[in-house]
Design a binder for this molecule. Sequence first.
Ligand code: HEM
Length: 251
Amino acid sequence: MAYVDTLVDLQLPEENRNLHEEEIVSLCSEFLVAGTDTTSTALQWIMANLVKYPRFQDNLYQEIFSVVGRPPRVTTEREESMQHVIEEEDLQKMPYLKAVVLEALRRHPPGHFVLPHKVTQDVELDGYIIPKNALVNFMVADMGWDPKVWEDPMEFKPERFLDSSGTGTGTGTDGFDITGSREIKMMPFGAGRRICPGYALALLHLEYFVANLIWYLRWTPLEGDEIDLSEKQEFTTVMKNPLRACISPRM
Ligand code: HEM
């Protein structure tokens, strides 16, 4: 509602008018479409990997436990449960959590391409001429799977994002630049001036949901059910066979 209020109050400086109703609807729709499907798809890929590979789930739970302690008992009293959630400031003390989220965005980016971009003038890039008005698509998924940049690129290995005290190649979550302003090794949110404006919110939501889901609940596969990581192209690239899992309270 705060977003709608802002749009209703907005005065366009040059035209000196408020937004028309259709413009408000279009902006709300863009906000919901761009922000909802992408985040929920990413969350499903993260959880699928944590169910498929219990050692990563255990590592993550250990980290959460070391920061916030034992989870509260799951109660049916909603109000009571809601008083005990992992907060934003706790997330900052969880590098492994960040590594899990980044690794899932590398291995399973919700968008395999960014939105198509158009060249406004002839450009020469690495010996190739890209003519004015040409449409350019960026192969987001392939960048994250490039064996020249990533060791064992198709493996899910959160450790690769930990610093030298971890066991991976040591990119470092604190140092990892998801906006690609220093170097681009992957770009699940795009890069440059059209980068996803919601990337920080998306990362916060993903860390927040994953941390709380893993703190409260143990996630296991259904008996005899292999977690299938095949992909299917919809608005985002989703799990062909959506995740099904057993959840049980840790306390
Ligand atoms: C994991 C979650 C998300 C992913 C992977 C993602 C990814 C992307 C990508 C790849 C683009 C295109 C960038 C480009 O054209 O170069 C984009 C654009 C956009 N995203 Fe996100 N996004 C996510 C979450 C969100 C959220 C939470 C919001 C809003 C609250 C949001 C709002 C937008 C908007 C409005 C655009 C269009 C920006 C423009 O054209 O300038 N996204 N996003």
